[in-house]
Design a protein around this ligand. Structure first.
Ligand code: BTN
Length: 263
């Protein structure tokens, strides 16, 4: 990854959002590094990117396998002036940004699984881990994004769910700088839009990409399971679930397809 090449490909929104770029050959986790830097007093908005991660982290305490050059692994840190409740919808905006950037690069037919898994034919192509961190009076948000580019067969075999990489979807892989710039350009443009106008511009876009909308699903949240029909996301980014006791607004949990159609 070459910083100059990357910078030459950034749009105005991304250029203005990223004061500092740090490129690592190997690191434990770009999110962990970003959080450490906040704790050490770094205040500028910045990007941490690595060719490999030894302790890549996913949502719900999962591991994110990150072999060298097999994926794009990066974290964008921005100071954050919104309410913590905005986190939910921001994670959806981030997922939309990843899909829009990859569509621009020729990856067609990508979908989303609430809250922010990026899928191709129901296999996972990318994931997002948002972390909020307070340092003195300032709150920072770390947008951690991982996209599978060219996964080795042993990694595919060792991941406990269906995964896919960009290599299998597009005819020709973009250069790493072009891929990262496309992701950052779309993300920064959408984050600025979100900061000005909120989630309203995004709920329709999210619902159009949702692969489980109007499907029967199970939401698992710890020990609790709720069964219903997904109605897509509401105005605040929560998932609307039509259940036997009415429509519920779900703010956390994981979707599983229901094995049996619900009556
Ligand atoms: C998920 O579980 O779907 C989220 C995966 C997020 C992985 C990315 S890779 C870059 C950044 N650093 C991490 O340790 N995790 C995120």
């Amino acid at each position: 990854m070459n910083e100059q090449v990357l910078r030459s490909l950034l749009n105005v929104e991304a250029e203005q959002s990223i004061s500092k770029v740090q490129i690592f050959d190997e690191i434990d986790s770009t999110n962990s590094e970003s959080l450490r830097q906040i704790q050490a007093g770094a205040t500028e908005n910045r990007l941490v990117v690595a060719s490999s991660q030894t302790a890549g982290r996913g949502r719900r305490g999962r591991q994110w396998l990150s072999p060298k050059n097999a994926g794009m692994y990066f974290s964008l840190t921005r100071s954050f002036s919104l309410e913590a409740s905005a986190l939910q919808s921001l994670s959806l905006v981030t997922a939309i940004s990843v899909v829009e950037a990859l569509h621009e690069l020729g990856a067609a037919k990508l979908t989303l699984k609430w809250p922010n898994d990026v899928l191709y034919e129901k296999r996972k192509l990318g994931g997002i881990l948002l972390e909020l961190q307070q340092k003195e009076a300032t709150r920072f948000l770390v947008f951690g994004i991982g996209v599978n580019i060219d996964l080795p067969a042993d990694s595919i075999a060792s991941i406990d769910r269906p995964v896919v990489d960009l290599q299998s979807i597009v005819g020709e892989l973009p250069a790493p700088e072009a891929l990262l710039a496309a992701l950052l350009n779309q993300l920064c443009r959408n984050l600025n839009d979100y900061e000005r106008n909120g989630f309203s511009n995004f709920s329709r876009r999210w619902n159009e990409l949702d692969c489980y909308r109007l499907s029967d699903i199970v939401i698992q949240n710890g020990e609790s399971r709720i069964i219903g029909k997904s109605l897509g996301v509401g105005a605040d980014g929560s998932l609307l679930l039509q259940t036997s006791s009415g429509t519920q607004s779900i703010t956390s949990g994981e979707i599983f397809p229901s094995l049996h159609p619900l009556s």
